[in-house]
Each structure stands twice: as C-alpha cells, then as structure tokens.
Design a protein around this ligand. Structure first.
Ligand code: C2O
Ligand code: CU
Ligand code: CU
Length: 551
C-alpha cells in the first residue's frame, strides 16, 4: 500500500508526455492524464483493490454476439476488422476495435473461434480500419505466409486470405492484430480473442468432468485499461510508458470491470489469458486470507501430462493458464476472490541499472512518475480480479483424471545452445544487440532441435518472450529472482507453467531461461518468423527480430 499511495501522489503532479495517438484514441489526445481519470473517477470507484466494488456480473460468452463461441466448420469465415463502439464501463459506449463476422446465420464480434485439431481453417480478413492491420494466430504452427507477419499487413479496404490445416494440439490459443508498430494500440483497442482447439485429450477431460464451454469451462481474458471521464478507453503512452509498457488502473475480466460470477459447488475450469499490454499477474484463489489450492492442467500449448497443484502462478502478457478450481469444498454463500498477489516486478530496482538512460540513471521511481507512468495501479500491486460466489448446490464429477495427456521431452543431449540476449541500448530494448529490421533475419536456425539460452541482461524488467511458428519446452532457469524462486517446484528451477508446451515465456531481470525448439517440424521452403517480447510497447518499440528457417 505504501508504494501505491506514493504513485497516487505522484499522479497528481506529474507532467504527462502526450504522444500522437492514432485511429481509436485521437479524440482523447490532449491534456494531462489527470484530466481524464482523476476527476470523473475521484474516489476511484472501479479500484480493484476494494472488494466491495465487485458488483458487476462477469460477461460470459454466449453462442453469438460479442465474444460468442463460434464453432468453425468447413465453411469459410470472414473477419472484418472495424472501429465500432462497445459498452464497457457502466454500459457507456466506448470506441472499440473488433472483428465482425456472420457465420451460419448468426453474427459475432470478436468471436471465440472453436476449431477441431486436424481440420482446415479458412478465413478472410477484411480491413475496415483506416490504418494497416493483419491477424496473427498466436501459438499456431503455420507457414510463415499464414502467420500474420507485420510485413503482410494490409492497407485499409484490402483483404488477406488465410487457409491452413490446424495441426496444433488441443488448447487455448488466441488471435490478435500484428500490424507493424501498431500492435499495442490495436490490441489494446480490442482486436483480440480466443482460438480454442479441441482434440481427443481435450474431449476426454471435458467428458470426465462434464465441462461445458461458457458454463463450467470459462475463458477469462484479463486486461488492464484506462478510461477517460466519459468512460472511453484511453491509450496514450508517454515516453516512459513506451519504455516500460502501458498499464491500466481498471482491470477487466472478459471486459467486465470489478466482476463477480455465481458458481455451483462443483469443479470449474478457468482458461486464463493475459491479454494485457504489459501487466504481469500472480494468480491466486483466496478464501479470506487462505490461498486455496487449484490444479494447473494446461499452458500455452494445451494440456499438461497431469494436473499439478498450485496456489499462486505468474502470468505474463500472452501466456495462458488453464486451471481447475474445485468449489465443492465451499459452503453455499461463500465467496472466493481470484486475485493478483503482490510481487516485486523489479522495475524500480532496474532504473539505476538502465545504462542507456543517461541522466535518468539511478533516480528511480520518482522519475518514472514524472515521465508519464501515472497509473494508480503499479505493476506488482495486490488487487482483486474476480469474485466467485457459491450461489447454488451443483452436482458434478469430483474425480480429476490422474493423467491428461502425453508430453515427450525433446532430446537435447549434446546440443550446444544458441545465446539469445535481451538488453537495453540507448532506450531501446534489443535482442542480440539488434532492434527490429523488417526485411532482415537476425539469425538463421537449423532444421534440428535447438536449445536457446535467453539471457535477460536488462536487469530491470520482465520480458515475456514469444516465438512464432513453434511451441517450445522450458528446460530450466538460472539466476531466478527472489520473487520467482519459491514457485520453482520442478527440476532445473522451473515453475509449473514451464511444464507444458509454451509459446511465450517470462524471463525475469537477470535470469537465463533455457528452451528447446524442434525445428525439424518446420514446413518446407524458407520461412521467416518472429521472436519478440510480448510486452506490446516493447514489441512495437522493436524488441523483435526475424529468424529464418532455410529451405
Ligand atoms: Cu501474440 Cu507476435 O504475437
Ligand atoms: Cu504469436
Ligand atoms: Cu520486453
């Protein structure tokens, strides 16, 4: 709470660096931040720290409409990216970007696509925005020309055709815009949703626990955002926020501020997606002050081999966490909060270590405030995400399957690792000493199993590093900070989210994370894919490289 008050005090005095904001937010592009938030939300009614604020029913996806579950058949899909409005804060229409579609007689916005593994997916993106865009299918194994590379961004009015076989395992994937240098603003503005793949392992779990998507199997997308006095989304990163990432002070789950969900006394599945630009969450289910155990069953690339009990798990931008929560142990009327617990993101420690920042070095958090990081909710503060209320008795299977799937560890014996460094140079986050170059590959990989040692030498920020084209396995972590070490329950200093297939991995300040990737699965012909930080301000700030797979 101390730091929170401190940041709040700073927010009142800080000079806000206004920068040009594009398509969605141009109407808000004036004046200091406190004009936009401080006045109309004096008292901060959507403050997620205060439990009593949690009075809004959680938005649950239905069978059509916004975020409706769309079961994709053979028929092609058209996704029209459009600037529309969407009621978010207290039902007030906010400018919002969404993918609009009609399919089998129903209409959807940002549909949750539900696709069978092994099927063919065919869709056309229509760009109805007034700036370039492209869709990236996050986590899918696709040929480079289907992957939504920023070089494939299409101009307003143009179409991009996608058609590919869905070869991934079952799991919780997602899709979002990947427009060159516009990803952060467009994704924050709304262009993102789930891509759920089903396979036999999934079906087995669903039938063993009698789960229903949208009832007892609930996708939760967690996003922190800022709003102006009229309840419209604000995206206006200052110079420091471009550097550190843009944080909001209103935390939305399924676009609902301060949500609650009535549940029955049975097992629920929650598929959490961190769809935030930059915030890291430490997820725990709290019954009063008691951390309840939950079962982690899946990560970015689908189910784990078995359920792993946990009480707290970090989730960085773009990562997914699939959990089972057993409410049969609770009494009717009891409440439990899904929370993000306090942790030290090590950001202010790093300020002194940011060699490239010249005169700002060592001045710490006060500079951070003055440079535009005005959020009332600093990264690492504790707050509530979702209130669960046991509202009814419910019958359901009690027995969680002992085994969920099979995961074969990649054989990495004798492989010498590729060194991948994350660094900061003249206020630019870099990978292997380079900023993004659209038409050049920073390195070429072998069509073999590779081991990458990702070294976070920036010493000041967590970087969630994301690989396009392939899932990978985490082999180990060294030099993990104190915040992470207690959660390292598996060999090699690994945490529970390291135990499944991944496409995004958190690399903490000072840490080295070793991953293994099987490039033998690569598709024929030369392929150019991205590797980047999924802090979206870092991504747009060119903390991204192309890597090439030779023909
Ligand atoms: Cu989810 Cu390259 O991104
Ligand atoms: Cu991706
Ligand atoms: Cu980063």
């Amino acid at each position: 709470m101390e730091r929170r008050k401190f940041i709040r005090a700073l927010a009142g005095t800080a000079a806000f660096t206004s920068t040009g904001a594009g398509l969605l937010f141009s109407a808000c592009g004036k004046g200091p931040l406190e004009d936009k938030i401080g006045e109309s939300f004096a008292g901060y009614p959507h403050d997620p720290v205060r439990a009593e604020n949690f009075t809004n029913p959680l938005f649950i996806p239905g069978g059509e409409g916004p975020f409706g579950v769309l079961s994709v058949t053979d028929a092609p899909l058209t996704l029209a990216a459009q600037a529309k409005t969407f009621p978010i804060l207290d039902g007030r229409a906010s400018p919002f970007l969404l993918y609009d579609t009609s399919y089998a007689g129903k209409s959807y916005q940002n549909p949750i696509l539900r696709v069978k593994s092994g099927s063919r997916f065919t869709a056309t993106l229509q760009n109805g925005l007034n700036e370039p865009t492209i869709i990236h299918w996050h986590g899918l194994h696709l040929p480079a020309n289907m992957d939504g590379h920023p070089n494939d961004s299409i101009a307003p009015g143009k179409n991009y055709p996608y058609t590919f076989p869905v070869t991934n395992r079952g799991g919780t994937y997602w899709y979002h815009t990947h427009a060159h240098e516009l990803t952060a603003e467009q994704a924050y503005g709304g262009l993102a949703s789930f891509f759920i793949i089903e396979d036999d392992d999934e079906l087995r779990l669903v039938s063993a626990l009698d789960l229903k998507l949208g009832e007892t199997d609930i996708p939760l997308v967690i996003q922190d955002k800022r709003f102006n006095a009229t309840g419209e989304l604000v995206y206006q990163p200052g110079m420091m926020e471009k550097m550190m990432g843009y944080l909001g002070d209103i935390v939305l789950v399924n676009l609902t501020p301060n949500p609650y969900l009535e549940i029955g006394s049975r097992i629920y599945r929650f598929r959490c997606l961190n769809g935030s630009n930059a915030r890291v969450y430490k997820l725990a289910f709290m019954r009063g002050n008691e951390k309840m155990a939950y079962q982690v069953i899946g990560t970015d690339g689908g189910l784990l081999d078995r359920p792993y009990p946990a009480t707290e798990v970090f989730l960085a931008p773009a990562e997914r966490l699939d959990v089972l929560f057993d409410a049969s142990q609770l009494r009717q009327g009891e409440t439990v909060f899904l929370k993000s617990l306090a942790f030290d993101p090590m950001e202010q420690d790093g300020m002194g270590g940011m060699g490239g920042m010249g005169g700002m070095g060592g001045q710490g958090n006060s500079q951070l405030g003055q440079m535009g990081d005005n959020t009332r909710l600093a990264n690492g503060l504790e707050f509530n995400l979702l209130k669960l209320v046991v509202a009814k008795a419910a019958q359901g299977p009690r027995e969680i399957p002992a085994s969920l799937s099979t995961l074969a560890p990649l054989d990495t014996a004798g492989i010498s690792p590729r060194r991948v460094t994350l660094s900061l140079n003249h206020m630019q986050w870099q990978i292997n000493g380079q900023s993004y170059r659209r038409d050049a590959a920073t390195f070429e990989v072998k069509r073999a199993v590779e081991v990458w040692n990702i070294e976070n030498a920036t010493n000041s920020m967590i970087h969630p590093m994301h690989l396009h084209g392939f899932s990978f396995q985490v082999l180990g972590r060294t030099n993990s900070p104190a915040a992470l070490r207690p959660l390292a329950t598996a060999s090699g200093g690994r945490v529970v989210t390291d135990l499944g297939w991944k496409d995004t991995v958190m690399v903490w300040p000072g840490e080295t994370v070793r991953i293994a990737i099987d490039f033998r699965q690569a598709l024929p012909g030369e392929q150019l894919y991205l590797f980047h930080c999924h802090n979206l301000e870092h991504e747009d700030g060119n903390m991204m490289v192309n890597y090439r797979i030779p023909a």
